[in-house]
Ligand binder design. Structure first.
Ligand code: GDP
Length: 414
């Protein structure tokens, strides 16, 4: 079938670390489509989608008391330190057991708070057995200020179990602040960071005989320092079917993260459309109101994934001491369904279909062309992702120019 090549061409648009389906499955689906064995193709797609949707993600975070482990866990879960469900911060650890923290929006994701190995009497091997090491997708070892030999021993034991660990050094903002205060004339941010990184790496190398990457972070600013690199590395290392859930679990703090989420959801929507399109071609008709209602649900979900749900917007408004309506008018999503708008949703959609078809074009577009749902989902997805980016870019504006924001139009994507 002619559109088989369009199928894998679609996935070529995405970087390796964004792909939510592995190359073998893509090749297999393509081969089935070529041979016109659509039932077989659909069954591989169904399997892949099932794997993506049901993939559990268990992240182990270990580190000594006071290193910022709880703050890191809360930041990863997108939970404010003062919220009820937050991992308690600033308290001395007394438990020798792991504590599960479910992700607030994604029930399949659990972040496990493991007691620091130094506060237990276990050897690294026993520690891993006690902590049920086989249940995690990867380990994050948190350290701050002084390097602990225990952490290196633990890293070694994890590596021996052939599991992935990532070494995270927190409170970088403190280190930089202190250096700047003590050496105001010679202070060089890059050099300070390099020194800390090398120091951690050398300690680890002594025990591991290899140099694992060390990620320097500030839990108070996860969009800065090495946190974005850590996200990319984790996405690269995870099996393809787990990337979707992991990308959704990341906070929309950088443009790169927002695009990971967009890419991931685009592939999922595409696989669903091909699955439906390969079975039956739905004729293009007028917009059916029930369709729209169903899709509005999807849209609410996208808003929440990109941090544009009402609760998230309220939080941002509170942070900047402004009313939600002041920045909401500049975002596009609130106007999507508004009937009073000049353009109806149907008109917007038909424009979008033309635009997206001219970009993706080709035979695959003709298969999904008749599926309004496919285009609507993409329209919603792009609107939410672009609004999230607009919000991110404008946060800087809010920070620097509080008071002037009302008269200034917000910078928006085009
Ligand atoms: P835990 O005992 O390892 O769980 O550490 P907490 O998360 O409770 O943090 C201990 C203290 O360090 C708290 O006062 C946090 O606010 C503070 N903290 C945590 N992470 C950072 C960070 O990246 N930078 C700075 N400056 N302080 C941090």
């Amino acid at each position: 079938m002619a559109w088989a090549s369009g199928f894998d061409a679609f996935f070529n648009n995405f970087k390796r670390e964004s792909k939510i389906i592995d190359e073998e499955a893509i090749a297999l689906i393509k081969a089935y489509i070529e041979k016109n064995q659509l039932q077989e193709a659909v069954s591989v797609i169904e399997n892949a989608l099932r794997g993506i949707e049901s993939a559990p993600l268990n992240i182990a975070v270990t580190g000594e008391t006071g290193t910022g482990k709880s703050t890191f866990i809360n930041a990863l879960r997108g939970v404010g330190q003062e919220e009820d469900s937050a991992a308690p911060t600033g308290v001395v650890e007394t438990t020798m057991e792991r504590t599960p923290y479910p992700h607030t929006k994604l029930p399949n994701v659990t972040i496990w708070d493991l007691p620091g190995i130094g506060s237990t009497t276990f050897t690294p091997q026993n520690y891993l057995t006690e902590m049920k090491f086989g249940e995690y997708d990867f380990f994050i070892i948190i350290s701050a200020t002084r390097f602990k030999e225990n952490d290196a021993q633990l890293a070694k034991a994890i590596a021996e179990m052939e599991m992935n660990f990532y070494f995270v050094r927190t409170k970088i903002d403190n280190d930089l602040g202190n250096e700047q205060k003590s050496k105001p004339k010679t202070f060089n941010k890059g050099k300070v960071l390099e020194k800390i990184r090398n120091d951690c790496s050398e300690h680890l190398q002594k025990v591991l005989f290899s140099q694992p990457p060390v990620f320097l972070v500030s839990n108070f600013d996860m969009s800065d320092y090495d946190f974005p690199e850590l996200e990319t590395k984790l996405l690269q290392d995870l099996p393809a079917h787990k990337r979707h859930i992991f990308s959704l679990c990341l906070q929309s703090l950088t443009e790169a993260t927002i695009n990971y989420k967009r890419d991931s959801l685009k592939q999922k929507v595409f696989l669903e459309a091909i699955k439906a399109g390969a079975i039956a071609t739905i004729p293009l008709g007028g917009m059916i109101s029930e369709d729209i209602e169903d899709l509005e649900e999807t849209f609410h979900l996208y808003r929440s994934y990109f941090g544009l749900d009402d609760a998230s917007l309220e939080n941002i408004a509170k942070d900047y001491n402004m009313s939600v309506n002041h920045f909401k008018v500049h975002l596009r999503f609130p106007h999507l369904f508004a009937e009073s708008n000049d353009e109806s949703l149907e008109e917007k959609l038909s424009k979008y279909i033309k635009q997206i078809s001219s970009v993706t074009g080709g035979p695959v577009a003709t298969v999904v062309y008749y599926q309004r749902a496919y285009y609507l989902q993409n329209l919603f997805l792009d609107t939410a992702a672009n609004d999230a980016i607009a919000l991110l870019n404008n946060k800087e504006l809010f920070e620097n120019k509080v008071g002037q924001y009302i008269s200034k139009p917000l910078v928006y994507w085009e």
